[in-house]
Design a protein around this ligand. Structure first.
Ligand code: PGA
Length: 252
């Protein structure tokens, strides 16, 4: 089965509204057809309304970087998945290692978010990944299997077929130290094997798996050439318009 590639930028807590607008104006007419690749920008929640207006009638899609699992209520400072749906947001990144580490998010919470995002007709980009300690102890595969099993709990086969999972080794994020393409392929393969164990072969063949961690225009094609890597989740190299566009050159 051929899976459509998906390249997603993750701006993290960067840019002002004016800078977000400038970026969209600079890239929007140069994005390849979404018959070839899904191209997504993950923006701070503050700019999502403007971003959705800015990408109207273009091939760009928009992701939030987080949301809560309840629709509305007394949850000061949280972002409602119902409100994201109303804006027309396409994807929501969940379980990023920065959320897990700095904000102590648990697999149980990430699982609730995944259910809420599907309920609101958006697609989760679910991140998983191991620490340097786990990697060096040779325990990456069991760690990843544990995260994925907990994060997908109760999701249907149809939901998981449509899901995007990002494998991001924590030791490769923002460090300039990317996991080489063979490691990325191997661990994305572990993610796929875990999905197969839980949901069967057809779902495992359908789910799209990204690699993330110091992906740049210079190395993206190497990752994309690998069997189990269907895309990239990109932080630093997604911030500048020219670099973001260059990440998409592999489809040409
Ligand atoms: P990076 O970040 O590309 O800057 O390493 C990736 C991510 O955290 O999603």
């Amino acid at each position: 089965m051929s899976r459509k590639p998906i390249i997603a930028g993750n701006w993290k807590m960067n840019k002002t509204a004016a800078e977000a607008r400038e970026f969209i104006d600079a890239v929007k007419n140069s994005i390849p057809s979404n018959e070839l690749v899904d191209t997504v920008v993950g923006s701070p929640a503050l700019f999502l309304e403007g971003m959705k207006k800015g990408v109207k009638d273009t091939e760009l899609q928009v992701a939030a970087q987080n949301c809560y699992w309840e629709d509305f209520g007394a949850f000061t400072g949280e972002t409602s998945p119902a409100a994201l749906e109303a804006l027309g947001v396409d994807y929501v990144i969940i379980g990023h290692s920065e959320r897990r580490d700095y904000f102590h998010e648990t697999d149980e919470e990430i699982n609730k978010k995944a259910h809420a995002i599907f309920k609101h007709n958006m697609t989760p980009i679910l991140c998983c990944g191991e620490s340097l300690e786990t990697y060096e102890a040779g325990k990456t595969a069991e760690w990843i299997e544990g995260q994925i099993t907990a994060d997908l709990k109760g999701l249907s086969a149809e939901q998981v077929s449509n899901l995007v999972i990002a494998y991001e080794p924590i030791w490769a994020i923002g460090t300039g130290k990317s996991a080489d393409a063979n490691i990325a392929d191997e661990i994305c393969g572990v993610v796929r094997a875990t999905v197969e164990k839980l949901y069967g072969k057809e779902v495992a063949e359908a789910v799209r798996i990204q690699y993330g961690g110091s992906v740049k225009p210079e190395n993206v094609a190497e990752y994309m050439a690998k069997e189990n890597v269907d895309g990239a989740l990109v932080g630093g190299a997604s911030l500048q318009a020219d670099s973001f566009l260059a990440l998409l050159d592999f489809v040409k």
